[in-house]
Design a protein. Structure first.
Length: 237
């Protein structure tokens, strides 16, 4: 642990004339869980979408595994080893569970290992195996979240981006999902986790960045940040 897998330096992003991200710099060390915490509208999802290639940065650099990845399209970012579990899950409702998972392994090298990776995902989420022939629209919210995570794992990423994975789910389901995230990380996958839930994020993460109004206000090891520091940064006090 400790080698930098993702390095972001002085990144700016605009939506038209709106300056959404201001001079963002952060690092995600290999095999770490890194949490990005902030209130709604802080810029957290914008940052993840920029890393994933959905949005184009206006300035700065993004390096992944020592390679500059500015300007990559989402499918190219996936090929580099970055996958994403989007906010709201976004499973394909008219496809079965298995078909949704297969969407995640469209890369040639992933298709070659499909059966082996599917087996691992079914071990991680046994309910997906039980319901592999069901339409994803028939799943509960928690099951759809498991499916979205499984789909992101199908390409065997080095870095997985989680955007608000607890949104709209019961506390018991959220606890289960976070246990699986911890298990995924234990297998060497670096996790970049966006959440509004401060306490859960602090508990899950090795390192924390707190965003407010498109800027990083505070960063550090989760074990080293005080509640007062976090509160001030979160609310922009």
């Amino acid at each position: 642990m400790g080698d930098s897998l993702l390095r972001i330096e002085h990144v700016d992003v605009f939506y038209g004339d709106f300056h959404a991200l201001w001079d963002i710099s952060l690092q995600a060390e290999e095999s770490f869980v890194v949490s990005i915490i902030g209130a709604n509208g802080a810029g957290k999802s914008t940052l993840l979408n920029t890393i994933a290639g959905v949005l184009t940065l206006s300035g700065g650099t993004i390096e992944f595994r020592g390679k500059r990845i500015n300007g990559l399209k989402p499918y190219q970012a996936v090929a580099e080893g970055i996958s994403m579990v989007p906010e709201g899950r976004r499973v394909f409702p008219r496809l079965t569970v298995l078909e949704n998972l297969e969407v995640g392994c469209y890369l040639p090298k992933a298709r070659l290992r499909k059966d082996e990776v599917l087996r691992k995902i079914y071990e991680l989420f046994p309910i997906l195996k039980e319901r592999k022939n069901q339409l994803s629209s028939t799943l509960s919210g928690g099951e759809q979240q498991m499916l979205a995570i499984g789909r992101a794992l199908m390409c065997e990423p080095k870095l997985i981006l989680f955007d608000e994975i607890s949104l709209g789910l019961s506390p018991l389901v959220v606890k289960n999902i976070y246990q699986r995230v911890k298990q995924i990380n234990s297998e060497g996958i670096t996790v970049l986790l966006v959440e509004q839930d401060i306490q859960r994020s602090l508990k899950a993460a090795h390192k924390v960045y707190i965003m407010q109004s498109g800027r990083i206000r505070l960063e550090g090891r989760s074990s080293e940040l005080s509640q007062e520091e976090i509160r001030k940064a979160y609310f922009g006090i």
